[in-house]
Design a protein around this ligand. Structure first.
Ligand code: FAD
Length: 281
C-alpha cells in the first residue's frame, strides 16, 4: 500500500499585517517535509492578489517545498487569469488549485468563468504542462441541490482536466468515507486529499462552518461548550481531535490529508508530531 500524501494550506497575511508574518509561519513549519504547501487566493479588499505567487515562490525556493497556488475565477477576466498563470509559472508552482470563488456582495457574480470546471479547462489549454487541482465537498457544496448533483458536477470538473482533488473541511470521518464511495462509484479516479481543520478556536470554527455548511458533530459541540472560553484547553482538545481524525483516516486507507493550518505553526507541528509515524507505517 502507498504512503498517504500529507499537505498543508497557508494564506497570505492581510495587507495591513507585518511583512514577516508569513515567514514566522513557514519557519515554524520547517522540517515537516509535506508533499506540498498550498497558498490561498483572495479577491477581497484586504487581499493582495500577487501575494499568492510571491509566497508560493518563497515556499519553493527558500524552504525547498513544492508549492500549489490557489486561483479563483469569480470576478476575474481572462487577462487577469493569464497574468496570474504566468506569475505561477515563473514562481515554479507544482499546480494551480482552480476554484470558482465565493460570491461577493455588489460584484458581478460570474465573470468570464461560471464554474471552476471552466477555469480548469482554460488552464489546461493555456498551460498544458501545469497540473490542475480542484476542490470537492464531502457534505455537498452549499449551493448544490444535493450530493449526487454536486458529484455529477465534480465529474465534469475532473473530465475538464482536474487531476487531483482536495476536500472541504469536515469533522465526521463517516461523512467523508461515504462521500468517497459515491465519488468512486461515479467513475472519478483521481487522488483525493481529506481536508482537516483543527478545532482550536471556537469562534473561528463557528464562522468557517457558517460559511461552508459543514456539520458540527455532537463530540465537537461538547468540546466547544466545555472549553470554548478557555483558549489553551480548546487548543489541546482541537489538537487531540484532529490527530484522532487523521489517524482514523490513514488507517482506513485514504489517499492523503490536507491540513488547513490557519497559519498556526505550533498547532500544525503538534498534530504532525502525533501522526507522522503513521504516514510511513
Ligand atoms: P465549482 O466547482 O464551480 O462549484 C460551485 C457550485 O456550482 C457547486 O454547487 C457545484 O455543484 C455547482 N456546479 C459546478 N459545475 C456546474 C455545472 N456545470 N452546472 C451547474 N452547476 C454546477 N475560495 C477563495 O476565494 N480562495 C481560495 O483560495 C479558496 N481555496 C479553497 C480550497 C479548498 C480546498 C476548498 C474546498 C475551497 C476553497 N475556496 C477558496 C472556497 C471556494 O471558492 C468556494 O467553496 C466556492 O463556493 C466554490 O468553489 P468551487 O471551485 O468548488 O466551485
Amino acid at each position: 500500500m502507498h504512503s498517504p500524501m500529507f499537505s498543508l494550506e497557508v494564506f497570505p497575511p492581510r495587507r495591513t499585517a507585518p511583512v514577516g508574518t508569513i515567514y514566522d509561519t513557514l519557519d515554524g513549519l520547517h522540517g515537516m517535509h509535506p508533499d506540498f504547501i498550498s497558498v490561498t487566493y483572495g479577491t477581497g479588499k484586504q487581499s493582495d492578489r500577487t501575494a499568492t505567487a510571491r509566497i508560493a515562490h518563497t515556499i519553493r525556493t527558500e524552504y525547498g517545498i513544492p508549492a500549489v497556488a490557489h486561483l479563483t475565477a469569480r470576478n476575474s477576466d481572462k487577462a487577469t487569469i493569464d497574468h496570474e498563470l504566468d506569475l505561477f509559472e515563473e514562481a515554479g508552482v507544482r499546480a494551480t488549485l482552480a476554484l470558482r470563488g465565493d460570491a461577493q456582495l455588489g460584484t458581478d457574480p460570474c465573470g468570464e468563468f461560471a464554474y471552476a470546471s471552466d477555469l480548469v479547462r482554460y488552464i489546461r489549454e493555456r498551460k498544458p504542462n501545469m497540473a490542475v487541482y480542484a476542490a470537492c465537498y464531502p457534505e455537498c457544496h452549499p449551493e448544490a441541490p444535493n450530493l449526487d448533483a454536486d458529484i455529477a458536477n465534480l465529474k465534469i470538473k475532473v473530465d475538464a482536466g482536474a487531476n487531483h482533488l482536495i476536500s472541504q473541511l469536515f469533522f465526521d470521518n463517516e461523512d467523508y468515507l461515504k462521500f468517497l464511495d459515491k465519488v468512486r462509484d461515479a467513475g472519478i479516479t483521481v487522488p483525493i486529499e481529506a481536508g482537516i481543520m483543527p478545532v482550536t478556536n471556537a469562534s473561528r470554527v463557528k464562522h468557517m462552518v457558517s460559511m461552508c455548511g459543514s456539520r458540527i458533530p455532537s463530540t465537537v459541540e461538547h468540546m466547544i461548550e466545555r472549553w470554548g472560553d478557555d483558549p489553551s484547553a480548546m487548543q489541546e482538545a482541537g489538537i487531540i481531535y484532529a490527530s484522532a481524525q487523521i489517524s482514523d483516516l490513514v488507517a482506513r486507507g485514504v489517499d492523503g490529508i490536507h491540513l488547513y493550518t490557519m497559519n498556526k505553526a505550533v498547532t500544525t507541528r503538534r498534530i504532525w508530531d502525533n501522526v507522522q509515524a503513521l504516514f510511513n507505517a
